[in-house]
Ligand binder design. Structure first.
Ligand code: AMP
Ligand code: MG
Length: 516
């Protein structure tokens, strides 16, 4: 197949970090999904790729001449236990492409057959989970959250065997890179220092080129990853996203969200929310995510330490340990600052975003925390609550009150102000102070809030409904849902069905699955 304009820097510069491998041929390629906007970003020929040639490529049957498919090796802590070798068990990096803005993007297959890293797995993927990755990833992208993205999903025409036979598919994933914390762990745990240094320098050239060649570059890399992850996790938290499997092999160096397996969006606010069928201890529950990120960063720090000190000199080792510890210890502060920035935007506090004092920080942190406690106490839908708060900023309080039905009933009976009233009074006073300091008027405030708190998120029941239909051969519900997810901010009446929470019974029993 004619060349795609691929580069292959990973394959070229990092021999010994992968195995050259070919996708398994499949019987009947058919394109189920193609991302025109992303193809355009990548400068790819969309017209060509939408046709039969595209289907053959996206199913892994015919590769462009400049593809150099490889299975990358990595390790990882899974649920806290270390696996010294994981690697691409059902994925292949096909090539890289410089997009229209000059950014290097990996183009990779998922579900393209067994590799030397498959262990007991079949190397395959089913249509449902691959389209799920499209839906959640594109929703995240529309929400402005850094993420790997789906370029295409091709049906293979063969069955994969899970609990029952399912139609098979290959996903084509685009990522800033597939470098993970686990990639560093693989070489660190084997004590291969030269390779580790090569990996770190490759990573720095790719993601933090300003650090290249500087004496403090490995510490700088750790700091940069910590900053990206702090920003990323804060964004997850502010839309109610639960990743579900934050193993170190699923945490990127680039700061993109990766691996949409057992993830889900929270409905009723609950810090302990967990949907993954295998997360029995709640290790990756909603509120655990910033703590897990820090834990994962500490694992990355351990891999970088030997690069920072070339000698056995005890004092030098201690100094390096102190430096990386300072970065890890700074993570909660970075995260808290990023979270508060996002929460302020959601609370409509425009001026506070740019010129807050320490006292403002304390006040606004308490304001946000108390709001979330109110949602938790009454199991209020997280997404709708923020959205209806924007209405309240314009003086329309009834829709918000309707979400707090229980205390509203009490209020009517006892004719007494509720906890919600007390909180709203504090918030309104804070907004008034923000306005007096140059902040927006009521309508502009509400509009600003609606630009950061979505109306549409991938509701679990809608996702499942769309995937069940797609698995049975009907793509229409998937396409309609995707179209809605691409417009998360505007309250378009025709999208109302996608904004409604799932019936409580569905959410209570909802489970998501890994590696499917
Ligand atoms: P994940 O849970 O998707 O992050 O995957 C963890 C590890 O299991 C990675 O090394 C994957 O490549 C591997 N894996 C997941 N599913 C399969 C499969 N069906 N066949 C082979 N390897 C798999
Ligand atoms: Mg993974």
């Amino acid at each position: 197949m004619r060349p795609f304009g691929f580069d292959n820097s990973y394959a070229r510069e990092l021999p010994g970090f992968y195995v050259a491998w070919q996708p398994a041929p499949v019987p009947a390629p058919a394109l189920l999904y193609f991302n025109d906007a992303l193809a355009d970003e990548l400068g790819l020929d969309a017209a060509l790729l939408r046709g039969a040639e595209g289907a053959a490529f996206f199913a892994g049957n015919t590769l462009p001449d400049d593809a150099r498919p490889i299975a990358q090796v990595y390790a990882g802590h899974q649920f806290g236990g270390f696996s010294p070798q994981l690697g691409d068990g059902r994925a292949l990096l096909i090539g890289e492409r410089l997009d229209r803005e000059g950014r290097r993007r990996d183009i990779a297959f998922k579900g393209s057959g067994r590799t030397p890293f498959s262990r007991s797995g079949d190397g395959k993927a089913a249509v449902g989970p691959m389209l799920r990755e499209v839906l959640i990833g594109e929703a995240m992208h529309a929400l402005g959250i850094p993420t790997t993205r789906a370029l295409a999903v091709a049906a293979t025409g063969e069955q994969v065997y899970r609990e029952q036979p399912l139609p098979g598919a290959v996903l084509t994933r685009v990522a800033a890179s597939h470098l993970r914390v686990g990639t560093f762990q693989y070489f660190a745990s084997k004590g291969e220092l030269d390779k580790l240094r090569q990996l770190a320098d490759y990573t720095i050239n790719r993601h933090d080129p300003a650090l290249a060649g500087t004496p403090g570059r490995y510490l700088g890399l750790l700091r940069a990853v910590a900053e990206r992850q702090a920003g990323l996790i804060a964004m997850w938290m502010n839309v109610g996203f639960i990743h579900g499997v934050m193993n170190t092999d699923n945490m990127t160096i680039s700061g993109e969200t990766i691996d949409y397996g057992p993830c889900a969006f929270m409905e009723a606010y609950d810090p302990a929310a967990v949907f993954s069928s295998i997360d029995h201890g709640g290790r990756y529950a909603y509120a655990q995510q910033p703590h897990v990120a820090r834990w994962n960063l500490a694992r990355l720090a351990e891999t970088l330490l030997p690069l920072m000190v070339a000698t056995d000199d005890e004092a030098a080792v201690q100094a390096a340990v102190a430096q990386v510890t300072a970065v890890i210890d700074a993570f909660p502060g970075l995260y808290a600052a990023a979270l508060l920035r996002g929460q302020r935007a959601k609370l409509g506090l425009g001026v506070a975003l740019t010129s807050a004092t320490a006292a403002d920080d304390a006040e606004d942190n308490a304001l946000a925390a108390d709001w979330l406690s109110l949602l938790h106490a009454q199991a209020v839908d997280f997404t709708l609550a923020w959205r209806r708060l924007a209405d309240a900023a314009e003086g329309k309080g009834a829709p918000l009150r309707a979400l707090f039905a229980e205390t509203e009933a009490l209020r009517a009976a006892a004719a007494e102000p509720t906890a919600l009233d007390a909180w709203l009074a504090r918030w309104q006073a804070r907004c008034a102070r923000d306005a007096a300091a140059g902040g927006p008027g009521a309508q502009a405030r509400a509009a600003g809030m609606r630009r950061v708190s979505p109306w549409i998120i991938p509701r679990n029941h809608r996702v499942e409904e769309a995937l069940a239909a797609a698995t049975a051969g009907d793509l229409a519900p998937f396409q309609r849902l995707l179209a809605a997810l691409l417009r998360p901010w505007d309250e378009a009446p025709e999208l109302a069905a996608y904004a409604e929470p799932a019936p409580a019974a569905i959410t209570a029993g909802y489970q998501t699955f890994c590696g499917t």
